[in-house]
Design a protein around this ligand. Structure first.
Ligand SMILES: [Zn+2]
Length: 159
């Protein structure tokens, strides 16, 4: 990370995930934070049968776009997470990533920021340019495709 940025060290934890590295490309203006799961397998419950008798079957990674620190910069979060298999019912399932909007490679906070900019009548093309998100992603948020999820999450947080 270049010295002119304000963070000299970041110890970031996102639920069971801990930040393990950060990279910044001065030419691409792209920041990537990598998170690894510290989740204990013994704490995992099978979503199909409800039993707590699962094992790590695979390791996966996914890159999720996040809201950048500065205009025209890009920011991504890479999560290294577990795939589990249940010893009781045999189903496979993935470790949940708490920062992510389901069925979209975008963080919840980025979706909320984009919604905020659009709500002040900023054009879709301008939001896409300044945030680095694909025009179609911004358009989906504009059309309210993620509203139901974001509304439910807001309710959960207020409980
Ligand atoms: Zn099961």
């Amino acid at each position: 990370m270049p010295l002119q940025t304000y963070d000299t060290q970041i110890n970031s934890v996102c639920q069971p995930f801990t930040a393990v590295s950060h990279s910044f490309g001065p030419k691409t203006l792209k920041s990537v934070y990598s998170f690894e799961s510290n989740r204990q397998t013994s704490d995992m419950r099978c979503p199909y049968c409800g039993k707590m008798n699962v094992y790590v079957h695979a390791r996966h990674s996914t890159e999720i776009k996040d809201f950048p620190f500065l205009p025209k910069h890009r920011q991504s979060l890479v999560f290294y997470y577990h795939g589990y298999k249940c010893r009781e019912c045999g189903h496979h399932f993935m470790e949940p990533i708490p920062a992510k909007v389901p069925n979209a490679r975008i963080t919840i906070r980025a979706a909320e920021w984009i919604k905020g900019l659009l709500s002040r009548n900023m054009p879709v093309s301008a939001v896409a340019e300044i945030t680095g998100f694909h025009w179609e992603t911004v358009k989906k948020i504009h059309l309210g495709f993620m509203d139901e999820f974001l509304r439910k999450r807001k309710e959960e947080l207020q409980r």
